[in-house]
Design a binder for this molecule. Structure first.
Ligand code: HEC
Length: 202
């Protein structure tokens, strides 16, 4: 008698457990589908309509030949192309492996990096997929805009320890032509890091 009761309990718990698992699974799938599918997602064109960053014009002035060859004139369309390419390089070179793009409201992070991140900042094409990152070997980059000059970034990507002694960030020599001037990749990644958080300065 006693063991028959026990078996019954085990059976009920098993069925309930599997039932909850399946329900949870379905709701986790349907929830985002229903609640998030109508969130407005900005395209890069919509983003740059609002502002072409001053640092982008600066790149065109400082590296006229390289810039002309890579993007032509520093128009909004060129800026959109540079940001898209910069984002792709950021993913391809696994910058996200060492850098986060998310300021958390804890541990005095705002003092170190700037304003705490909010959801709306990530509702655009350049943050799909989101590049929050999981590790911080280097600093968070979502407020990177204007922290350094273009020249600093150009020197830094070429040889990080030359401007930041002891840096463990790898050098990205393939962002440069044979004369050591930034090529299309170098210009795009610099435009991209200068864009990160630029909306906070407007
Ligand atoms: C192996 C880890 C690692 C990888 C990969 C890496 N970084 Fe870094 N990065 C660091 C570290 C550590 C620092 C801090 C020291 C320094 O400034 O060099 C840093 C600093 C930076 C800074 C300066 C931040 C500041 O506010 O001073 C920028 C910008 C940056 N990285 C961008 C990138 C980009 C873009 C890529 C990919 C092309 C990249 N990093 C790849 C580790 C990494």
């Amino acid at each position: 008698m006693k063991s028959a009761m026990k078996e019954r309990f085990i059976f009920v718990f098993l069925v309930a457990g599997i039932g909850f698992f399946i329900t949870g699974f379905i709701f986790q799938m349907l929830g985002p589908l229903f609640f998030l599918r109508n969130i407005p997602m900005k395209s890069v064109e919509e983003l740059v309509q609002e502002d072409v960053d001053a640092e982008f014009y600066q790149l065109a002035e400082d590296y006229p030949d390289e810039f002309q060859k890579a993007f032509g004139e520093p128009t909004a369309a060129a800026y959109a192309a540079a940001l898209r390419l910069g984002r792709d390089i950021y993913i391809k070179e696994a910058c996200w492996h060492c850098h986060s793009q998310y300021v958390r409201p804890i541990a005095n992070e705002p003092v170190r990096y700037g304003a705490v991140s909010v959801a709306s900042e990530y509702q655009n094409e350049l943050e799909m997929p989101v590049l929050f990152g999981t590790r911080r070997v280097g600093p968070d980059l979502i407020r990177e805009s204007m922290v350094h000059s273009n020249d600093w970034h150009v020197a830094h990507f070429y040889d990080p320890p030359s401007v930041q002694p002891g840096s463990v960030m790898p050098s990205y020599k393939w962002f440069y032509d044979e004369n050591g001037r930034p090529n299309k990749k170098g210009l795009a990644i610099t435009a991209y890091v200068q864009w990160l958080g630029s909306w906070h300065r407007r």
